[in-house]
Structures are given as C-alpha cells and as structure tokens.
Design a protein around this ligand. Structure first.
Ligand code: MG
Length: 247
C-alpha cells in the first residue's frame, strides 16, 4: 500500500514537472542567434564604490532564504563558488538604481551538461530582475535565456561570452522601477556590458523575470541583490562592487 502511494506521488511530481517544462518552452525564443564577438577587458572599482565581495568574506551577504551566513565556498584565489543545493545568496543591504560590476566564471567541466544546465546562475537586481549567467560559449539554448539576456525578456545584442573556465565580467546599469500607490509609475531599465561589450542598451523591464508565463510587476521598494544557485554545474564569482545611482 505504502509503495503504491510513493509511486503515485513520484508520477504526480514527474507529470507536474513535465507540464511546467512544456509551459516554459512556450516563452523560449531560438532565433535569430546573437552574433559572436571576442572581448577582453575588466574594470576596477572606482573610489566611491561599495565592495560587495573582496575575496575574503561573506560579510555583505546572507543566504537568500536562510538569512544566515552563505554556505558557498571562498577559494584561495579570492573568488567564491556556488555550492549547489545550499540556495542563492543576497546582499544584506537593499538597493534602488545601481551600477554593478561582477566577474564570473563558468565551469571548465562541460561534460554531461548542456543548454540551461551548463553553469547557470544569474544576477537578480532587486531580487526580481535577472540578467542570465550561463556558459554561452558554443552552447546553444533559447536565445532569450542565454548569457546576458534579461531572462525571457530581452535577447543580448551580441554574444561576447568567453570560453568555459575564463573569467568574464558584467557591468550593469539598473534603473529601478518606480511605483506609486501600488501602481507602476515607471518601468525599470537595464543597460549591460559583457566583457566590455554592450549587450543590452537601455531595455525596458517588463516585470519580474519568470521562466513560465508572461512577466508582470509586483510593487516593491528597495530590495537586495541576489546571486542564483541553479543546478547543476557551479559558477564562480569575484570582484563584485556596486554604486548607488541617485535619481
Ligand atoms: Mg539563471
């Protein structure tokens, strides 16, 4: 009897996952594929930036849901690596509009992983609006979900992704959405450079980036920055700094 129940729930979960995958595929766009561009440079923190990660501690971060010290790993080279299954991490401080610099590296081991499973993470501004992090070097996937996409909303202008195992950078200008009396007064906007190359040019954010269905806005104030824990090959980060933009 017990065994029958377990099997029933396993089938139900598999069925629901299948349905969710079918729904998610409806918003996946595959063409045209962004042109490939080779890129090289990084930038150092200017004097007025807040250093969010200096390679030594998680003092500016907590677990996304636990609110405790993150369980990700700090490496000897001053980077940190996602420990899959421990959850995302978020800044202790909440932010409005910002300029953000973040360096990230996808995993050299690409065996048995492809598309969205190959070194997936994400930078979530105000914990709702994702700039996708993914190994997009010779790893075709739906283009509104490749590295540098505003997830399922805006395809990057070009693909300036580096090879797995090489450090890359995002420089993100995020204009936060403005709400008044619980209504959207002004949408948010993203401008993004990947490895110094413009990939998003002041694009309008259509709402919370979602895998299933259409995006929509939920009114909110300042919120933390979140880095995603997504299975199944971990991404590393280093040199993260932020500057508040005061409108
Ligand atoms: Mg992601």
């Amino acid at each position: 009897m017990f065994k029958t129940k377990v099997n029933f729930f396993a089938i139900l979960i598999t069925f629901n996952f299948g349905i969710s995958q079918i729904k998610a595929s409806k918003t996946a766009i595959w063409e045209p594929v962004p042109k490939k561009v080779d890129a090289y440079s990084f930038s150092k923190a200017p004097s007025d930036a807040t250093i969010l990660f200096d390679g030594k501690s998680f003092s500016k971060w907590v677990g996304q849901y636990s609110n405790k010290v993150p369980k990700w790993k700090i490496n000897e080279d001053g980077s940190m690596t996602v420990i899959n299954g421990t959850g995302g991490i978020k800044t202790k401080e909440s932010y409005g509009s910002v300029q953000l610099h973040i360096e990230w590296k996808t995993n050299e081991n690409t065996e048995n992983s492809e598309e969205q499973n190959r070194s997936n993470s994400g930078v979530f501004l105000q914990q709702n609006y994702e700039i996708q992090i993914l190994d997009s070097y010779e790893n075709p996937t739906y283009v509104n979900g490749q590295a540098g996409s505003v997830y399922k909303q805006h395809i990057p202008l070009v693909n300036s992704s580096k090879k797995p195992g090489e450090w890359q950078s995002y420089d993100i200008i995020f204009n936060a959405p403005v709400f008044e009396n619980k209504n959207l007064l002004k949408p948010g906007y993203f401008t993004v450079f990947q490895n110094g190359v413009l990939i998003q040019n002041h694009v309008e954010i259509k709402g919370t980036t979602t895998n299933v269905g259409s995006p929509s806005y939920e009114p909110h104030g300042k919120l933390p920055l979140v880095l995603q824990d997504h299975p199944k090959t971990p991404v590393s980060f280093r040199n993260i700094w932020i500057r508040k933009i005061t409108n």
